[in-house]
Design a protein around this ligand. Structure first.
Ligand code: SF4
Length: 706
């Protein structure tokens, strides 16, 4: 981990789920070392391209504000003291209150190896499944949707399918801003194949509509009805793949019966679009075998996000459009390693290596593999419930890593209350001042992107190596090392003494293959004996990578076999629902939330560069000209936005593309960057009952001129 000098390092971008390869080079020029970063031309996710966030990665690596030593109650301490304090407190608390009084709250920004040891310590050695993550806010609904349909959390497609399809349906995704390199690939594909059609389904007219042949500006939350309509139309227009439905699926009749009421007229009325628009969508859908449906947070962040995922998957199963080139239902993750977290079991309702607590024999299998003394035996608390349990005093220690839940979880006031009340809040962070570090009892300095070494998995199941190219700042430690040090201090030295990060990856790979024999989707057994040298030279590869198949797997379900008991995919009957919170005279406007092009999450990194801050400098709320006129609001006026939960102050941005009755605000600004602009103050902690994912895309608000 020495500083670069006349060399180059291939790594990956730490922002979105596209997972672009980055090449960082250093050259000695006179007495200085000049470091540059560019897209890795050999990486299959981006072939050398980077978006503006990726291009400005080096500018975020400023030393100002880096946390460089551990603190306990605000006093600097040695690592040894911090580790032994944490280990001692965990042992005390579990002795007095049981293992479920401890919890990890992790992040899709962590590397797979960090995630793996956290999951192993909690689920195998402390005995709690309270391991949840900010990925709960990202793609938890898609996970449950896939599991219900396929019997496994398996993304069937790859990025090439987005280029090979003849019809691309983008739903609940503003990829132009949130997954820009993927969007650029889509634009280029359409240029090469002008016959390719792109449909964008989104209540807002976003930048992604630039590539659209058809934009369906549906009412917020009405997506499931639209896909029920498509299922019904598939039947009515004889576009079903009857052979596939009969041989490879179950439950079609029940799903179709639920879809039957969704006629053109009923759907147009429910979704707020015209019958002509629906006819166009139906005609393209029914006549285009090579179709991909790309979906993201607009589907997932909903109280019925799982049903929405299954409504999409139903349409693909009915037409057999899955597992073949240019076809499939494709959930794209927000974060760089949301997928890697899923792989190790980094969600409270997962065990490990894509096994659940309910997977037959899984608890015993993992226990034997880990030689674990205290196995958790049932699901832990999902993010929103976890912070409620902390406030209730049931969870007494929480260890938060690489995330800022005080501003990213809904009902941020509740999260703040919970952390204030918690007996011990441990926060591992790169930066000394975030909204969450302010509430830490123990603050641990973590290595950042340029210093970390390990693996990440992007949205197309591609595992890539992230390589460090700088030494850790000050006393910053890798997250996996901090966890292992605590585990060793708790008495588990033989189980957590790794000679290097490659040994963790090898153990994780070994578990994925242990007693697998093709019965589980996630198998990277090829890497179970990997040496440090081979690990360091590892090329990006899509899992599964079982023993004997080092080239990995481009697409899943090509043979029409699924991981359900019967081997057939399940249709799920869907009864579409509107969002949980209802419109009222008191709160007449519907708030939608999302990301902007040049910022990432709560701006702890992207807020450090003037280039990225220059795109949009201040927090804002998009409002239609009609609503602005009705409320006597003028362009750029400061307004107060009030929901049942709280209020924020934002600058009004009157946009002709914003629909009357709907407003939009970005999620990024925190108290560190603006006064009273934390959007999660407005969002209710309503969740999908199956996935636990909050309905972050929907709140009823009123706007008042200030
Ligand atoms: Fe990074 Fe995503 Fe941009 Fe690629 S598209 S450079 S992964 S932020």
């Amino acid at each position: 981990n020495k500083p670069l000098n006349n060399c180059s390092t291939k790594t990956t971008c730490p922002y979105c789920g596209v997972g672009c390869g980055v090449e960082v080079s250093a050259k000695a020029v006179l007495s200085e070392v000049q470091v540059t970063a560019k897209g890795d031309a050999s990486h299959p996710a981006n072939f050398g391209k980077l978006c503006v966030k990726g291009s400005n990665l080096l500018q975020t690596l400023t030393p100002q504000g880096r946390l460089t030593q551990p603190f306990i109650q605000g006093k600097p301490v040695e690592w040894n003291e911090a580790i032994h304090t944490i280990a001692g407190k965990i042992k005390d608390v579990i002795a007095k209150h049981g293992p479920d009084a401890f919890a990890f709250y992790l992040s899709g920004q962590l590397l797979t190896e960090d995630y793996y040891v956290a999951n192993k310590l909690a689920k195998g050695f402390i005995g709690t499944a309270n391991v949840d993550t900010n990925s709960r806010l990202c793609m938890a609904s898609a996970v449950v949707g896939y599991k219900r349909a396929f019997g496994s959390d398996t993304v069937p497609c790859n990025y090439e399918d987005l280029e090979q399809c003849d019809l691309l349906i983008m739903v609940g995704s503003n990829a132009a801003w949130t997954h820009p390199v993927l969007y650029q690939r889509i634009v280029a594909a359409k240029k090469n194949n002008p016959a390719m059609k792109v449909v964008v389904i989104d209540p807002r007219k976003t930048a992604s509509c630039d590539v659209a042949d058809l934009h369906l500006a549906i009412s917020p939350g009405s997506d499931a009805a639209l896909f029920n309509y498509l299922l019904n139309e598939t039947d009515q227009n004889n576009a079903l793949n009857i052979g596939y439905v009969k041989s490879n699926t179950e439950g079609f009749d029940q799903a179709l019966e639920q879809a039957k009421p969704w006629t053109e007229q009923a759907t147009a009325s429910f979704c707020g679009v015209s019958e002509q628009e629906l006819q166009c969508l139906s005609q393209w859908w029914c006549s285009t075998p090579k179709t991909v449906t790309l979906f993201s947070q607009g589907i997932n962040q909903s109280a019925t996000g799982v049903d929405k995922s299954n409504a999409i998957i139903n349409c693909h199963l009915a037409t057999g459009r899955i597992g073949q080139v240019g076809m499939g239902p494709f959930s794209i993750t927000g974060q760089p390693n949301a997928m890697g977290g899923r792989e190790v079991g980094g969600l409270a309702n997962q065990l490990a290596a894509h096994m659940d607590f309910t997977t037959l024999g899984a608890i015993d299998r993992v226990k034997r593999y880990w030689q674990a003394p205290k196995m958790a035996t049932q699901n832990g608390l999902k993010a929103v419930d976890l912070f409620k349990a902390i406030e209730a005093g049931d969870v007494k220690i929480v260890w938060i890593m690489a995330t800022n839940p005080v501003v990213s979880l809904p009902d941020s006031a509740q999260v703040r209350r919970a952390l204030k009340k918690c007996d011990l809040v441990i926060v591992s962070e790169c930066y000394d001042k975030t909204d969450t570090t302010e509430l830490a009892d123990v603050l641990l300095p973590a290595t950042g992107w340029s210093e970390k070494n390990g693996t990440v998995t992007n949205s197309e199941r591609r595992i890539s190596r992230q390589h460090s190219f700088e030494a850790p700042k000050g006393e910053a430690k890798h997250d996996w090392q901090a966890i292992c040090d605590v585990a060793i201090a708790m008495g588990y030295s033989s189980e957590f003494s790794y000679q290097g990060v490659h040994e963790i990856f090898a153990e994780h790979a070994g578990l994925s293959a242990f007693e697998n024999n093709g019965t589980r989707d996630f198998d990277i057994g090829h890497f179970s004996q990997i040496s440090e040298k081979t690990y360091n030279e590892m090329k990006p590869v899509q899992w599964p990578v079982p023993i004997g198949k080092p080239e990995g797997t481009e697409r899943m379900f090509e043979n029409g076999q699924f991981f359900t008991h019967s081997g057939r995919a399940n249709f799920v009957p869907i009864n579409p629902q509107k969002p949980a919170e209802k419109l009222s005279n008191e709160f007449p406007l519907t708030l939608n939330t999302g990301r902007i092009r040049d910022q990432w999450h709560t701006m702890t990194r992207t807020g450090r560069t003037s280039k990225l801050m220059g795109h949009i400098e201040q927090p804002f709320i998009d409002i239609s000209p009609q609503d602005a006129a009705h409320l006597s609001i003028v362009q750029l006026q400061i307004v107060e936005v009030v929901s049942q939960l709280g209020s924020v102050k934002l600058r009004a941005n009157i946009r002709s593309t914003q629909k009357k009755g709907q407003v939009f605000a970005p999620i990024h600004w925190t108290d560190q960057f603006a006064n009273n602009a934390v959007i999660s103050n407005l969002i209710n902690a309503t969740v999908d009952p199956l996935s636990g994912q909050p309905e972050s895309k929907f709140a009823q608000v009123v706007i008042r001129p200030v």
